[in-house]
Write a new protein. Structure first.
Length: 622
């Protein structure tokens, strides 16, 4: 439907029938049921006519507005959906569904704190409502009120113990606070539910599983729900452009890890062969990295409040050849845009650590370490293999010239410093067991972690003591501006990775700062990222393939100062000559991939897996 819907019902025909008989409750219910049936079958215009009639017959009837708002939300019209839900909640304050839908829309618009009040209102009306407690826990997690989130989620589970979504959300919340006992019990319960892992959100599953088949099934299930409610646009023509038009689409064009990695790529793209567009879903945060990206693009547009179909139509009007999704199925993604099929070639890159599981995405950019040939069956996309690493990096990433002292960082003056700056939810009990054995084996050593939330700090210290390690040997760093954070890496001796989800941007941060990493490569995409990066800096010897090897290598390095000094020197002295940080070389490889995709499409052939030939290094001036 091409109508521009700026408010519930805007752009849809008003009723042309004669005046209705005196309103009656049963007539309103009939019109609502018919409108609901028509809307769900795809007849939006006809459905809205009946929903309007239901509202006219019974003033204060909230469900028709709620239904319409839910449809608008699915279509990416978040502002219009919010207005529909607000009106529904105002007109019928006792309508639980209105409060629940308003809360969900608020969370998805980035207003999780306000959403909690909507869920509280729903709980006040129906205290035993499972969904209200589940959604309240989800919103509280977004607000970093993790203790309250756990309480809400456990209430939801008491009301309905066999719901995979509640188990998965509660499990993830407990992993954020490193309460592994509760997490283990929830994981066991989740796996006992037939097919439950396939219904878990793909972005949650990466924290729970190293099974790529589970990742694929979850992604397929999620993407199928999105595609099932969307009618794709007619196929795009084969454009005849002098320059290939590439559009990067993301919410993360602000001070975010994706932008920190990608900024220089936008500046280096070959404008004689490529026209570069960027579509942002975030407001301008005033950051230098956003300015760099905006200035480097041929077009940079912010379409935060536009619905999916309008953004898709804009991409089609721009005759985009290749649309690159930098969000996938992660938080605040907009997969509905890609389900509409605005571009003839659609690519999954960087944001989603794995497959999107959708027929509307043609290619996934990867490398052979990340996705070995025998693992291709676990990815719905065709693989565009780059020769070094899939991950782009920015050589202009600023590192503060001032390195803090150990005392300023809260570290002891002497002793070996193990570090891991991954998010708390990536730390698992088996990996922590190894870390504690390393502290026991290396006299005077400490473990330097990111102090992301006070509950995790308390739980990790308690877990250390339970393993015979003094709590003060765990040092927690506060979050800091990126340049300062990179500089303080130089106080660390060795970065210890996590499994089943590796360090990703945090791994390239450590390597850029000169700190070697010991990783254990798993089977799935998120469990192989650090290994990909280590191969691209010539440190394949730091990639292990079992937790036993991982522990042995970390212990050996901690006792071999000469070898460790050599690894630090390799990263520091060779940094910009290493493939991972040779951004011009990466840019040429990526552009070669885009050209291959474009040729395949121009020749009328279906997408197919291919390898980009390695280009010799030729570092350009920064």
């Amino acid at each position: 439907m091409s109508a521009n819907m700026n408010a519930p019902g805007a752009g849809l025909p008003r009723s042309q029938t004669p005046a209705l008989d005196p309103p009656a409750a049963d007539a309103a219910d009939r019109h609502y049921a018919l409108g609901r049936s028509l809307v769900l079958s795809g007849d939006l215009r006809g459905g809205w006519v009946h929903l309007q009639r239901a509202i006219a017959l019974r003033p204060g009837f909230a469900l028709p507005r709620v239904l319409w708002g839910q449809l608008l939300l699915q279509r990416g019209q978040s502002a219009d959906a919010l207005e529909a839900f607000r009106r529904a909640a105002e007109e019928d304050p006792q309508c639980v569904e209105a409060h629940l839908s308003l809360g969900t829309a608020l969370v998805l618009s980035g207003a999780a704190r306000r959403a909690v009040s909507s869920y509280d209102a729903a709980i006040a009306i129906a205290p035993s409502g499972f969904r209200a407690h589940l959604l309240r826990g989800w919103a509280l997690r977004q607000c970093d009120r993790l203790d309250e989130a756990v309480t809400s989620l456990e209430t939801a589970l008491r009301l309905q113990p066999d719901m995979p979504q509640a188990l998965a959300e509660a499990l993830l919340c407990n992993m954020w606070i490193c309460d592994w006992g509760r997490a283990a019990r929830m994981m066991q319960a989740l796996r006992q539910l037939p097919g439950a892992m396939h219904g878990v959100e793909p972005s949650t599953l990466i924290a729970l599983s190293d099974d790529p088949s589970e990742h694929l099934l979850a992604a397929r299930s999620h993407s199928a729900r999105i595609a099932g409610s969307i009618t794709p646009m007619p196929p795009a023509p084969r454009y005849d452009h002098e320059r290939i038009r590439v559009a990067y689409i993301s919410r993360d064009f602000f001070a975010h890890a994706t932008s920190f990695l990608m900024a220089e790529l936008f500046e280096l793209h070959d404008r004689s062969q490529f026209s570069i567009l960027a579509v942002s879903f975030s407001n301008d945060d005033g950051s230098a990295v956003r300015r760099r990206i905006a200035q480097a693009c041929d077009q940079f547009v912010t379409l935060r409040d536009q619905p999916d179909h309008e953004i898709a139509r804009w991409l089609r009007e721009q005759q985009v050849d290749i649309a690159v999704d930098l969000k996938g199925l992660t938080g605040f993604a907009r997969p509905g845009i890609f389900a509409l099929r605005p571009a003839p070639i659609q690519v999954n890159y960087l944001g989603q650590p794995g497959t999107i599981g959708a027929s509307f995405i043609d290619y996934l950019i990867a490398d052979e370490f990340l996705i070995p040939p025998h693992s291709q069956a676990f990815y719905a996309e065709k693989i565009a293999y780059l020769p070094d690493s899939y991950q782009v990096n920015d050589r202009k990433r600023a590192v503060s010239p001032r390195i803090p002292t150990r005392a300023e960082a809260g570290l002891p003056a002497d002793g070996f410093v193990f570090c891991c700056f991954n998010n708390d939810w990536k730390i698992t009990s088996p990996v922590f067991d190894i870390w504690m054995r390393l502290l026991a084996a290396v006299e005077g050593s400490v473990l330097w972690l990111l102090g992301d939330n006070r509950w995790a700090v308390e739980n990790l210290r308690r877990e250390a003591v339970a393993r015979g390690i003094a709590a003060e040997r765990l040092i927690f760093a506060e979050r800091a501006p990126n340049d300062i954070h990179l500089a303080r890496h130089r106080l660390a001796d060795l970065f210890l990775d996590t499994l089943p989800c590796n360090a990703h941007t945090t791994a390239s941060d450590a390597l850029w700062s000169g700190v070697p990493i010991v990783t254990c490569a798993g089977r799935s995409f998120p469990a192989r990222v650090a290994g990909s990066l280590l191969c691209a800096v010539g440190l394949e010897q730091l990639v292990t393939h079992s937790l036993e090897e991982y522990e042995a290598l970390a212990r050996a390095l901690a006792h071999d100062r000469d070898r460790l000094t050599s690894l630090h020197a390799h990263l520091s002295h060779e940094r910009e000559r290493l493939p991972l940080f040779d951004t011009p070389r990466f840019r040429r490889h990526l552009e070669q991939a885009y050209r291959q995709m474009w040729r395949t499409h121009r020749e009328g052939r279906p997408a197919a897996t291919f390898h980009v030939d390695r280009i010799e290094s030729g570092v350009e001036a920064v």
